[in-house]
Design a protein around this ligand. Structure first.
Ligand SMILES: [Zn+2]
Length: 89
């Protein structure tokens, strides 16, 4: 039996309260870890490349892209492909 065998399976709405708690905090103080080099630090310490199309935040150690954020007519987009995790204190 694996850990997942005993998990209760619900839809994403059931995680709404937890996710609301996470995304309601100050994001710049959250810790982020780079998927490429493994370094971690505060989101606010990342290197920002601001452009008319949005924001690109890069790792200060290896320059990998950790976050991309943009506001379009179709919504607000956040990509975290380059991050291993975000940790909120
Ligand atoms: Zn890195």
């Amino acid at each position: 039996m694996t850990e997942n065998d005993s998990a209760v399976v619900l839809d994403g709405n059931a995680a709404g309260g937890l996710l609301q708690d996470i995304f309601a905090v100050e994001i710049t103080s959250a810790q982020i870890q780079c998927e490429t080099c493994g370094s971690s630090g505060a989101v606010g310490a990342l290197r920002l490349y601001a452009a008319p199309m949005g924001a690109v935040l890069r790792c200060t150690c290896c320059d990998a892209i950790l976050m991309r954020a943009v506001h379009t007519p179709h919504g607000r987009w956040l990509e975290l492909t380059g991050a291993r995790y975000l940790r909120f204190a």
